[in-house]
Design a protein around this ligand. Structure first.
Ligand SMILES: Cc1cc2nc3c(=O)[nH]c(=O)nc-3n(C[C@H](O)[C@H](O)[C@H](O)COP(=O)(O)O)c2cc1C
Length: 218
């Protein structure tokens, strides 16, 4: 698959078939993503790959942690959404709820969908992405490039994926299952699996046009 096709066909997948994903295929995803550029080629990221029984244990603990109290992600949760970010965020949220048949005012339905985030949409594989704290924003940027490389490679290999900030909600849970080296902080995760034929996956949010991206000249 060429890059433009991967860019255009990749969309966030929020419902997966229960079929497991071969470990070799998941390694191929990383084998592509490891080519990503990074600050001075420091590659300041690591991956905790959870599948099978380990993932089920993490999933159970994530949902229990959510029920016990608010998430405590290492990188915080933004609350300031000035225009046009707020409008885009709302349009995407309402668009997704619309596709799921959840009314804007259906708080229970929305809460149920929100909770599914913390079970990684029942994906059979999750990659938890860690960044080294020493490089600050540059490491986070590098991890973003690595993340997109994972998403595109997964698309090219026929896997559905969803980047998930919510997978970074409870770092202490993931650290109970993986020997995370010092100074690496959990940023986010990627849920991976075979896309289910489900309403959640039919939603196609809009992306800014080229003209909207360009800053006007003076
Ligand atoms: C860093 C990052 C974190 C995200 N976290 C979540 C998440 O926790 N839950 C979710 O449903 N989608 C999450 N998304 C997916 C975005 O909502 C999605 O990329 C956006 O709405 C555009 O849709 P598309 O990926 O289908 O093009 C995340 C995306 C990124 C890049």
């Amino acid at each position: 698959m060429d890059v433009l096709t991967a860019l255009r066909t990749r969309r966030s997948i929020r419902a997966f078939k229960p079929d497991p994903v071969d470990e070799a295929l998941l390694r191929r995803v990383l084998d592509g993503a490891r080519e990503a550029p990074s600050w001075s080629n420091t590659q300041p990221y690591l991956v905790a790959l959870a599948t099978g029984a380990k993932l089920e244990a993490v999933r159970t603990e994530f949902l229990a942690a959510l029920d016990a109290g608010p998430p405590v992600p290492a990188f915080g949760t933004p609350t300031d959404y000035p225009p046009p970010l707020k409008e885009r965020r709302q349009a995407t949220g309402y668009g997704l709820y619309g596709a799921l048949g959840i009314d804007k005012r259906d708080l229970e339905g929305r809460a149920k969908h929100f909770r599914r985030n913390y079970g990684f949409f029942e994906a059979p594989a999750v990659m938890f992405l860690y960044v080294h704290e020493a490089l600050g924003a540059w490491a986070v940027l590098d991890c973003g490039l690595f993340l997109q490389s994972i998403l595109l490679q997964a698309t090219a290999l026929g896997l559905g994926s969803c980047a998930q900030a919510t997978a970074g909600a409870f770092p202490e849970v993931v650290a109970r299952y993986f020997a995370v080296p010092e100074r690496y902080r959990l940023l986010c995760g990627v849920s991976l699996g075979y896309a289910a034929d489900a309403p959640a996956n039919a939603y196609r949010p809009t992306h800014a046009t080229v003209d909207e991206l360009l800053i006007a000249g003076r």
